[in-house]
Design a protein around this ligand. Structure first.
Ligand SMILES: C[S@@+](CC[C@H](N)C(=O)[O-])C[C@H]1O[C@@H](n2cnc3c(N)ncnc32)[C@H](O)[C@@H]1O
Length: 264
């Protein structure tokens, strides 16, 4: 790992208190160890609640040490498409799904969004966003989009969204296709959908879950793909590059319920 990389995300309070294993392991089995008063403690990367509980650890770990730049890459592509789209004269109103501690929200604000609604399934994510990026979200829902409550639906409808972002939250059993489709419902037709996913998950061999939903939605005239870019999402704990695809599409019509396949 190149520790000389300068990054706004490194936090001096975490310096020397996070260590990573150097052997190779599957992405969904990665972990780190953090040092607190009681010594070193292991946290799995997918235990986001534990990571968000430690102030600024998420930024230091993923964006500092592992050099993740997906929010910039996805939102950069979104901004390019927006500038040339029929929506160009209107500012973006964004629903940010899997919002975490607000890094994506911060990027869409920088890109000129006039309204940003965050959603995450974890209360710890909202608490982290409130502490670490208090000026990013106009509202932040904690809830499960597979079974949205009436209150969630009212907030989503009031957002009058013309854009949906979802970064680093698809394809590893995180946000199920049904939850994603339930969020897409609240984006106007003609609005923009921006997300990223591990590059091979868009390969036609992956015939389940989110990959299949996107393929069917494109074939069925529900989504029109405007831009797609493969790029380095972040480093693995062993220092190898992990490639993702950023994708921006226009929503042309509502997703019919029978377009959803298994929840993987
Ligand atoms: C890797 S983090 C990404 C956070 C942020 N988008 C970023 O790019 O830094 C994945 C986020 O997705 C959230 N998530 C996972 N499953 C979810 C679900 N079913 N509904 C909403 N959020 C979910 C997690 O709680 C976590 O905050």
């Amino acid at each position: 790992m190149n520790s000389a990389v300068s990054s706004e995300y490194f936090r001096s309070d975490w310096h020397g208190r996070v260590r990573l294993p150097s052997d190779r392991r599957p992405q969904d089995a990665e972990w780190c160890e953090i040092k607190d008063e009681e010594g070193w403690r292991r946290i799995r990367f997918h235990d986001y609640a534990e990571i968000y509980r430690e102030r600024w650890l998420y930024d230091h770990l993923f964006y500092g040490l592992l050099e993740c730049r997906s929010p910039q890459r996805v939102v950069g592509l979104l901004a390019e498409v927006h500038a040339e789209s029929p929506l160009a004269q209107r500012p973006l109103r964004v629903i940010d799904v899997g919002a975490g501690n607000g890094i994506v929200g911060h990027q869409v604000r920088k890109a000129g969004a006039e309204y940003v609604l965050g959603i995450d399934i974890l209360p710890e994510a909202r608490i982290a966003a409130e502490k670490e990026r208090p000026d990013v979200y106009d509202d932040y829902i904690v809830g499960d989009l597979t079974q949205p409550t009436l209150e969630m639906e009212q907030k989503l409808a009031r957002s009058r969204a013309n854009c949906l972002t979802c970064v680093a939250a698809l394809g590893f059993g995180d946000i199920p296709p049904l939850a994603y489709a339930n969020a897409v419902k609240f984006v106007e037709c003609g609005g923009l959908i921006a997300f990223n996913i591990k590059a091979e998950f868009l390969d036609s061999r992956y015939t389940h879950g989110f990959s299949e939903l996107i393929r069917r939605a494109q074939a069925g005239g529900i989504l029109r793909i405007e831009a797609l870019r493969r790029y380095r999402h972040r480093l693995s704990t062993a220092g190898d590059p992990i490639f993702y695809t950023a994708l921006v599409a226009t929503k042309l019509a509502e997703i019919p319920p029978d377009m959803l396949v298994d929840p993987a």
